[in-house]
Write a protein that binds this ligand. Sequence first.
Ligand SMILES: [Zn+2]
Length: 164
Amino acid sequence: MDKYECKICGEEHNIFKAIKSPTPQRILEIKESELQQRVKKINNSFIIDDETFLLLGDIFISKKDTEEPFFIWPVWVSISLADFKSKAEELKEKKNVEFNGYLETAIPFYKKAKGLKVKTIVNISYDYAVIKIKEGSQLKKDQSEKITEKRVLEIMEFFYHPPG
Ligand SMILES: [Zn+2]
């Protein structure tokens, strides 16, 4: 299923299964003159003020009838740098390590996604962390219950024809 006929406008729309995650808003909001002093870039991650660690993760959303994830959304999440450092040993052993954090990326298929509490599972063997939404929300529901075909179309309708 790559396209669908839209009930709202009658056109065929593509079904987006992935979105891009540009530079996190938190970084863009920092004045250029302060960037060098406040932000460190390490591989694909950022550290702000030696306090906050911003890293990329994937949100997987699966459909009810399939095992493979249907949507894969790369997002930025923030976790505490102190927290991250406190688990350095486990990380070095290439274990899966969990951190509490916040979603830093808005997702165009949901009214409110940015700022939600998330569990971030990091394994340094992989480029991307795995993100599980913890805070009660439509996104959490979609992630934990697996979605139906009908819900896939609702998600796309929200994207193409956002409610006012
Ligand atoms: Zn439409």
